[in-house]
Design a protein around this ligand. Sequence first.
Ligand code: SF4
Ligand code: SF4
Length: 89
Amino acid sequence: MPLAGQSEVRDEGGLLVGWPQVEEELCTGCRACFERCPKGVYEWDEAGSLPVVARPMECVPGCEQCVLHCSAGAISLQQEEAPAAAVDG
Ligand code: SF4
Ligand code: SF4
């Protein structure tokens, strides 16, 4: 399945941006999100054995690889449309 690039979701209203949120109580520390993310959104907290959403703005809307591979259901993706001004500027 091809990954959606941000250029593909750009429209007249602006740029769709997305980022993941991890529910730490559900996370089993399996590292799948960290290892599967093609954009390096996550870093790994060795001490806490948890993913850290270190680069949320690198997340590609529509990708969902981390969600698909999280067997604990600990990840939810947030999406919103950035103002057009923020895209043009
Ligand atoms: S949706 Fe894709 S790009 Fe975004 S954090 Fe998950 S794996 Fe990374
Ligand atoms: S894939 Fe899910 S359970 Fe595994 S480390 Fe990431 S958030 Fe935790």
